[in-house]
Design a protein around this ligand. Structure first.
Ligand code: NAP
Ligand code: GLV
Length: 319
């Protein structure tokens, strides 16, 4: 019997392919130093039983259809699966898996880093120092807003949202949260508008779906308190970036922190000149240990599915 073939769109951290190697699978990788484009994947996928991709790969109907009927699993090395056409996958009986859980704490650390950096405007302070604009300590120099004691509004109270809330408790913050369904947990508010009106710092932890695309637009930002802070480590298109920049320029928002952007890796040029904005290049889960764990989880999911099992991290087909 020939070994199942698995296509991997990019080189993974050391050890990331171990479950596939241990299972004796036939792995197709890009040439060293390169990654596979969408066209490469469409051309290469026929005959493969598994595809290991990530959040930058558009795994659309063209990929799934090119992989049918041998393709049985798409495993994304990310928790977000917004670039995968789950309808096409379900139609062709292709399982989809992601990497829930293993990146929660790492991503929450990064969200908290942005909360602190944005609220204390430390990016601007460091830029001033490096550029020789700092003339010494002054009573009114680089003033931020307090994180301790502030009210944090967590939008989306799943794995990462809760991990951020745990950190906030250590900072003496009051934590509110909103989701589509009541959580039964203290701090739940049943409308996004109410959360936006009550929070000093709002942090987004919802998936990108048709429902959440543009969820935070000009109207929602206007509802946020004067002088409040917006943090987005979820997905770029959830926030209307022009509305965000308008609110930073007008001073309605005190500061913002973004790890994700609409149209990554391209950047809305207004973000680069907006005041009091900290921007990071989508590094939420970027630690050595977490990226290796994510890669191993994806590889293990492929093995489980190809051996006839059902992994815990199976993404359900859309309703
Ligand atoms: P999760 O455990 O599935 O939590 C998602 C939460 O969002 C749930 O509480 C869900 O509750 C809520 N939700 C879903 N749709 C909503 C809506 N329309 N309005 C309000 N709440 C809604 O997901 P997670 O693991 O925490 O990850 C969240 C997202 O973070 C991922 O999808 C990914 O896009 C992003 N992420 C980014 C990075 C990074 O590197 N920056 C790293 C990891 C993850 P209900 O369904 O009850 O509403
Ligand atoms: C990162 O953004 C992820 O979805 O894992």
């Amino acid at each position: 019997m020939t070994a199942p073939r698995v296509l991997v769109t990019r080189h993974l951290p050391e050890g990331g392919l171990d479950p596939l190697i241990d299972a004796g699978y036939d792995i197709t990788l890009p040439v060293p130093g390169e990654t596979l484009s969408h066209d490469d994947v469409v051309a290469l996928i026929p005959g493969h039983a598994g595809l290991v991709c990530d959040l930058t790969d558009l795994t659309d109907a063209a990929v799934i259809e090119a992989g049918a009927p041998t393709l049985r699993i798409v495993a994304t090395v990310s928790v977000g699966f917004d670039k995968i056409d789950r309808v096409a996958a379900a139609a062709h009986d292709v399982a989809v898996t992601n990497t829930p859980g293993v990146l929660d704490e790492t991503t929450a650390d990064l969200a908290f880093l942005l909360i602190l950096t944005a609220a204390r405007r430390s990016s601007g302070a460091e830029a001033d120092l490096r550029a020789g604009r700092w003339t010494g300590w002054a009573i009114d120099d680089h003033l931020g807003t307090d994180v301790h004691g502030a009210t944090l509004g967590v939008v989306g109270f799943g794995r990462i949202g809760r991990a951020v809330a745990r950190r906030a408790e250590g900072f003496g913050m009051t934590v509110l949260h909103s989701t589509r369904r009541p959580t039964g947990i203290a701090g739940y508010v049943d409308s996004l508008d109410e959360l936006l009106e009550r929070a000093d710092i709002v942090s987004l932890h919802i998936p990108l779906t048709p429902e959440t695309r543009g969820l935070i637009g000009a109207k929602q930002i206007a509802r946020m308190k004067e002088g409040s802070v917006l943090i987005n480590t979820a997905r770029g298109p959830i926030v209307d970036e022009d509305a965000l920049v308008d609110a930073l320029e007008s001073g309605h928002l005190f500061a913002a922190g973004l790890d994700v952007f609409d149209g990554e890796p391209a950047l809305n040029p207004r973000l680069l000149t907006a005041p009091n904005l900290t921007i990071l290049p989508h590094i939420g889960s970027a630690t050595h240990a977490t990226r290796r764990n994510m890669a191993q989880m994806s590889s293990a999911s492929v093995v489980t599915v190809l051996q006839g099992g059902t992994p815990d991290n199976l993404v359900p087909p859309p309703l």
